[in-house]
Design a protein around this ligand. Structure first.
Ligand SMILES: Nc1ncnc2c1ncn2[C@@H]1O[C@H](COP(=O)(O)OP(=O)(O)O)[C@@H](O)[C@H]1O
Ligand SMILES: [Mg+2]
Length: 256
């Protein structure tokens, strides 16, 4: 049975698209028929993260405006076996998304794919609301900054109210030095405040930033963020990996 997993956050810029893209690459490689749905309508990013800017010809707007089927609107590339990408249209106004169109799309994708990864827009607007209504599982991404965690809490409550039973948190952009100096919320603190299980912890590292700029997914190069993302993908696949050892002194966190 297909799984629809929505990746959301209150704040923008916390790594949703990075995580969605890397999870998509890993799950596709692992033999899951995976589709990435970029719902940041009007603000396409996912193609850049995967180095597909010159490859993407069609997009979700083509599907929503009934110019083509979902399959025709999707992009595949030999670098990413098992993965299809439904890029966001670059000019669409999200307010113009007609009722029922997203539901129809997700229904069709459920017939074809094992995993449908929905990269939600930041915030709690109507597209987000529709996405969580249609999803089975929710991953909320936050940085360790207090405002981001507070917004993550709000997003988690909305997911619960929308009937998403399986909800997880990823803490991204963790800075080891700040953690050690005790001026930053720890993943333990965040897990406790949010009352939601941690799916993983990703350090802030230059590689993730460079990867985004060069269109090379972090999971395909040696890096701390790449290793963390691979372990998160394993957990999404259902492998019972231990959660991050939240032991700051031994620096075990980032091997998680
Ligand atoms: N772990 C990380 N370390 C360093 N930079 C990161 C990390 N995760 C994401 N970034 C960078 O942060 C920026 C925002 O990430 P993005 O995935 O676009 O966030 P969102 O989709 O939530 O807006 C990008 O430039 C990305 O490369
Ligand atoms: Mg994004």
């Amino acid at each position: 049975m297909a799984r629809v997993i929505v990746i959301a956050s209150g704040k923008g810029g916390v790594g949703k698209t990075t995580i969605a893209a890397n999870l998509g690459v890993c799950l596709g490689q692992a033999g899951r028929r995976t589709v990435l749905v970029d719902l940041d309508l009007g603000l396409r990013n996912i193609d850049v993260m995967l180095g597909l800017e010159t490859v993407v010809l069609n997009h979700l707007g083509d599907y929503f405006e009934e110019r083509m089927s979902a399959e025709e609107a999707a992009t595949t590339d030999e670098r990413y076996p098992g993965l299809s990408v439904l890029a966001a249209p670059q000019t669409m106004n999200p307010a113009g998304l007609e009722p029922g169109k997203l539901e129809k799309l997700i229904g069709e994708l459920r017939e074809t794919y094992d995993v449908i990864l929905v990269d939600a827009p930041a915030g709690v607007g109507p597209v987000f609301a529709e996405a969580i209504r249609l999803a089975d599982e929710g991953i909320v991404v936050t940085s360790p900054a207090v405002p981001a965690v507070r917004d993550a809490d709000k997003v988690l409550h909305l997911m619960e109210a929308a009937g998403i039973q399986y909800r997880f948190v990823i803490v991204n952009l963790l800075r080891q030095r700040l953690l050690r100096s005790r001026v930053m919320m720890t993943p333990e603190d965040i897990q406790e405040v949010l009352g939601t299980p941690l799916l993983g912890v990703i350090p802030e590292d230059e590689t993730a930033l460079i990867c985004c700029n060069t269109g090379v997914p972090a999971v395909t190069v040696r890096s701390m963020s790449g290793s963390a993302l691979k372990r998160i993908a394993e957990r999404v696949r259902g492998t019972a990996l231990s959660l991050p050892p939240l032991n700051r002194r031994r620096g075990g966190l980032f091997r998680a």
